[in-house]
Write a protein that binds this ligand. Structure first.
Ligand code: KG4
Ligand code: ZN
Length: 347
């Protein structure tokens, strides 16, 4: 079975062709990084126009790179939310059009489910597993029992972790997106120089909070004796922030694992996915936390942690494999909680 996956919910125009035996035949990603960088964040209107302009060419090159034609496909999947509505509409409409013209099944995919299912594409892990999804818009724990079968254990009560990385980078004068910039410079810094808060640490639930950490970094950068022109200062603050974020995530993960083990005594895997899961300090810390709890830790390679079409195609394959597909009436959803029950048609 061959599926095309289309991802346009944020600032990547991405198309992939994936086979059900886990081969990624093509994985085209056009980043709009340079279009948004002058604004320090994603501008929805610019994103939508750019998707509209580039998606047809990316679809064509996705097919060419894979060496396949539309007639070789067995279905088309697209991110239908959550995300920036203009972009989601464009990807969804493109997928529906291809499915309509070529009489193929169409599958509407939740972007966060696509991140959550990626470790099954890359590492062939079994259900159920505990997933930590950390990206620019989300920070959550979810027990993944099957396609379309998710229980959320905890989420952020304010900012997403990726947002905290992006804002911290901006305070430090580092380029957007902040995550890779922070990770880069932090490798030259000492994480123990600055004592930053660890919000929610020790609380009994699995929720996150990042706004206090973000504010603490802002206050630190505004202090008259903090010299942001000194590269060592920037590196030390970046490293201290990164360690604080990783500490918080590991602390919350201990609680999430406890709940997961109670719900699924046979579950033995912790997964991290989403853009922030490409951070190596975070991965190391999660690896250690999982090992202490007797779980294996799996995270996709960084290129499949950030937004891509392969994860959408794979989620489409997972849905089709259990007989789930969607009608052309499926509307784009700017908000779409992962545990919201969506009635799907049978293939
Ligand atoms: O999953 P993603 O590509 O897009 C969303 O769905 O949001 O995640 C993007 C987020 C951004 O906030 C970016 O700064 C962060 O992931 N990110 C990282 C790293 N690479 C990307 N954060 C920390 N360390 C990284 N290496
Ligand atoms: Zn994402």
């Amino acid at each position: 079975m061959l599926l095309m996956g289309i991802e346009t919910s944020c600032d990547e125009t991405a198309v992939a062709i994936v086979a059900d035996d886990r081969r990624i035949l093509s994985n085209r990603i056009l980043s709009q990084l340079y279009e948004h960088r002058p604004y320090g964040g994603v501008v929805p209107e610019i994103a939508a126009r750019s998707h509209l302009q580039h998606l047809p060419g990316i679809i064509r090159s996705g097919l060419e790179n894979a060496g396949v034609k539309f007639s070789d496909l067995d279905g088309v999947a697209a991110t239908a939310g959550p995300g920036l509505i203009g972009g989601v509409m464009i990807g969804l409409m493109a997928a529906k059009s291809i499915a309509l013209v070529h009489e193929l099944p169409f599958i509407a995919i939740n972007h966060m489910e696509a991140h959550a299912l990626t470790p099954r594409l890359t590492n062939n892990i079994a259900f159920p597993y505990l997933a930590l999804l950390v990206s620019g818009g989300h920070s959550l724990f979810v027990a993944v029992a099957g396609p379309n079968q998710h229980t959320i254990y905890g989420t952020t009560i304010d900012d997403a972790i990726g947002e905290a990385f992006d804002k911290t980078a901006a305070f430090l004068g580092l380029p957007y997106p902040g995550g890779p910039s922070i990770e880069n410079i932090a490798s030259e810094g000492d994480p123990l120089i600055y004592q930053l808060p660890r919000p929610m640490r020790g609380r009994p639930n699995c929720d996150f909070s990042f706004s206090g950490l973000k504010t603490a970094v802002r206050r630190l950068t505004e202090k008259p004796d903090t010299d942001l022109d000194a590269p060592a200062t920037v590196a030390n603050i970046a490293a201290s922030f990164q360690l604080a974020a990783a500490d918080v995530v590991s602390d919350r993960t201990i609680n999430a694992i406890r709940r997961f083990k109670a719900d699924y005594p046979d579950g033995n895997t912790l997964v991290a996915a989403g853009g922030v899961a490409s951070n190596l300090t975070l991965r190391d810390s999660l690896q250690e936390t999982a090992a202490k709890a007797g779980l294996q830790f799996v995270a996709p390679p960084p290129a499949l942690c950030t937004d891509n079409g392969a994860m959408v195609a794979w989620a489409g394959i997972e849905h089709l494999n259990v007989g789930l597909q969607d009608t052309f009436a499926f509307a784009p959803r700017p908000r779409w909680p992962l545990d919201e029950l969506v009635v799907k048609g049978q293939g």
